[in-house]
Design a protein around this ligand. Structure first.
Ligand SMILES: Nc1ncnc2c1ncn2[C@@H]1O[C@H](COP(=O)(O)OP(=O)(O)O)[C@@H](O)[C@H]1O
Ligand SMILES: [Mg+2]
Length: 248
């Protein structure tokens, strides 16, 4: 087998594994519902359906990521820009991810005064899903994932930070993790599944929406680090002001 065939096989194998996890969970829950319908109370039924919904959304996100890779290389990635609030998108991402990582807590520090942002909603959802999923996946057991916004009244960008406590990322890897198929070789990364595509796609989508993404890992205690991914996206306010200025 040559190198290209080998990396193609590796790719198919990791993607299949990633798809199988939510599919297995969906099948498990609907099978339980089918076989034990009469024995389940309303609350349980609702809970199971919610898990099926969240896992289906996770599957959609995985497939979206795969499709994004081909769209990015073919240049076909049409974005629909709209002014949207940050919070519901973050809440949706947390709802999808928290079932998979039950030991994690999620701390949303989203100031209600955060301006809306001018983005493609689905793509922004994909960005948040990828960053929050990474924070949960590579975060210390039982730790808290923090999602916070930063802004100022006339700033061009709204900042969204996703941070977690964990093994961290070395400065020399800051750039590399945003490239295609790149995963940092450490015992943790070897243990958890991944294709190394999430951050590559995330960075590309952020830049297509005229934003910026960066990462920083700072030492905390006991050899652990706080890793923070910061995304800057255009504030809707500025667009409004710009339009107001030229009487549009
Ligand atoms: N919050 C984080 N803490 C530590 N390492 C991270 C974090 N997020 C990403 N990484 C590293 O960056 C690599 C690339 O991430 P990503 O592109 O999302 O791929 P995947 O999650 O599929 O491995 C990961 O494999 C991991 O080594
Ligand atoms: Mg990832």
């Amino acid at each position: 087998m040559n190198d290209i065939e080998k990396s193609y096989e590796d790719f198919i194998s990791t993607v299949s594994h990633e798809l199988r996890t939510p599919l297995t969970s969906i099948r498990g829950f609907y099978q339980t519902m089918l076989t034990s319908w009469d024995k389940l109370d309303e609350k349980k039924k609702k809970k199971f359906l919610k898990i099926i919904e969240d896992q289906s959304n996770r599957l959609i996100n995985l497939v979206e990521n795969m499709l994004s890779v081909t769209r990015l290389s073919s240049g076909k990635n049409n974005l629909i820009f709209k002014e949207i609030p940050v919070r519901p998108v973050v809440e949706m991402a947390v709802s999808i991810i928290k079932n998979q990582y039950v030991d994690k807590k999620f701390d949303l520090e989203i100031n209600p005064k955060t301006p809306s942002i001018l983005v493609d909603k689905d793509k922004f959802q994909q960005i948040m899903n990828n960053l929050i999923e990474n924070a949960a996946k590579y975060g210390e057991e039982n730790s808290t994932i923090k999602i916070e916004t930063g802004f100022c009244e006339n700033c061009e960008f709204v900042s969204i930070k996703v941070s977690n406590l964990g093994i961290g990322i070395k400065e020399e890897d800051y750039e590399r993790i945003f490239t295609k198929f790149s995963r940092i070789d450490n015992p943790l990364t070897r243990k958890v599944q991944g294709s190394g595509l999430g951050l590559y796609i995330t960075k590309n989508l952020v830049e297509k929406m005229n934003g910026k993404i960066s990462v920083k890992s700072e030492p905390f205690t006991n050899g652990k680090y706080i890793t923070t991914f910061e995304v800057l996206l255009p504030s809707g306010n500025v667009e409004k002001q710009a339009r107001a200025k030229c009487n549009l």
